[in-house]
Design a protein around this ligand. Structure first.
Ligand code: 9MR
Length: 349
């Protein structure tokens, strides 16, 4: 591993640099070299989600997840498992069964229990952090657990705590995370962070086995961002005794087209790396921030154009897997963090 790689620079201060990975893209040598060379923790972007691992009831496909976990072990990397309880990317047999009444709420709860036990047990001892529950809070002010969420509407809010208990039973050593977006300085009101903080405090008081909070960190240059509020919010979670992590960092902007992904506003080429740097600084300021994961590392793999019309450019490598200014920004911040700024002398009169 090169001493100026992201993973080596971060290792100097005990931080893990991560990326989401498309496991079968590891067949491409250029892609594989970056995953192995730059990152020390990996997350399957989709391949541990219920829709992928159990496409037909009782028929499992662990091929992508197995491949990435094995790759990580061969390359001295840890794994962030993602994600056990989420409203999205559920198998069609499950959601249609619930819709047409062939799966009762009691059966739904049993199926979820079984799903969590099966998946967490399969990788027991091999997952560093699990995103147990994902995206339960509304973006409104005040923010609450979304009553219309698929899981909450059928099983009540208590299902979230149960998911943590089940995951903990299946792998007592994995760090169990609550993961969400806009919960560390991205949202001007900070309402969602306030709600998540209050809920976590309540859960911990009840003895629910939650070990950490993941802030996804999906930014957009049109809104601006400062790492100062992020550090304060992360600090507040840490004050509860929790670890914190940045789990899905990317910074999107408007682009000419989805193939070339050249920003339409030249200033975005400065704002994009700056916001990556702000997020990394927000994490670096806190010793409880144990990993910083980017949500994929090449603009060609972008999830963004499919979700935000006309946007892209959100990663740290371009569409040809060449490092962008955002890569250099992260590298420089890590290098500075590793050496510490020297003390000044002779500045007085
Ligand atoms: O990167 C994932 C993309 O390939 C999927 O199409 C998408 C489906 O919802 O999920 C993406 O990952 C999401 C993550 O699991 C949770 N936070 C938001 C991410 C981006 O949508």
């Amino acid at each position: 591993v090169a001493p100026d790689s992201l993973r080596a620079l971060a290792a100097n201060i005990g931080l893990r640099m991560g990326t989401a990975v498309i496991p079968f893209d590891l067949d491409h040598p250029d892609y594989q070299a970056i995953v192995a060379g730059q990152f020390s923790v990996v997350t399957p972007g989709n391949e541990m989600k219920w829709q992928v691992v159990e496409p037909t009831q009782g028929t499992f496909d662990w091929s992508g997840a197995d491949r990435l976990v094995a790759f990580a072990e061969q390359h001295g990397q840890l794994v962030r498992g993602h994600t056990l309880l989420w409203h999205s990317q559920l198998p069609a047999w499950l959601t249609s069964g619930v819709d047409n009444g062939t799966i009762s709420n009691a059966q739904l709860r049993d199926l979820l229990h079984q799903h969590i036990i099966t998946e967490v047990s399969r990788y027991k001892g091999r997952i560093w952090q699990w995103d147990v529950a994902n995206e339960f809070f509304t973006d409104s002010n005040p923010s609450t657990i979304n009553p219309n969420d698929f899981w909450v509407s059928h099983l009540g809010t208590g299902v979230i705590a149960d998911a943590f208990r089940w995951a903990h039973q299946a792998d007592p050593h994995a760090l169990l995370f609550y993961n969400d977006y806009n919960i560390a300085g991205e949202d001007g009101t900070n309402a969602k962070s306030d709600a998540v903080f209050a809920w976590l405090r309540q859960m911990l008081a009840q003895g629910v086995p939650i070990n950490g909070v993941g802030d996804q960190g999906h930014l957009d240059t049109q809104y601006g961002f400062s790492g100062t509020q992020m550090t304060q919010d992360l600090q507040r979670y840490a004050s509860l005794g929790l670890k914190v992590a940045i789990t899905e960092a990317d910074v999107r902007t408007f682009v000419n087209n989805a193939t070339d992904q050249v920003p339409t506003d030249h200033l975005a080429t400065f704002a994009q790396p700056d916001e990556f740097g702000q997020m990394l600084k927000g994490c670096l300021a806190l010793r409880q921030c144990i990993s910083f994961t980017v949500w994929g590392f090449g603009d060609a793999d972008s999830w963004v154009p499919g979700f935000f019309t006309g946007e892209g450019y959100e990663t740290i490598y371009d569409v040809n897997l060449q490092p962008k200014p955002a890569y250099t920004e992260l590298q420089q911040e890590l290098a500075l963090a590793g050496s510490g700024a020297p003390h000044r002398t002779g500045g007085g009169f």
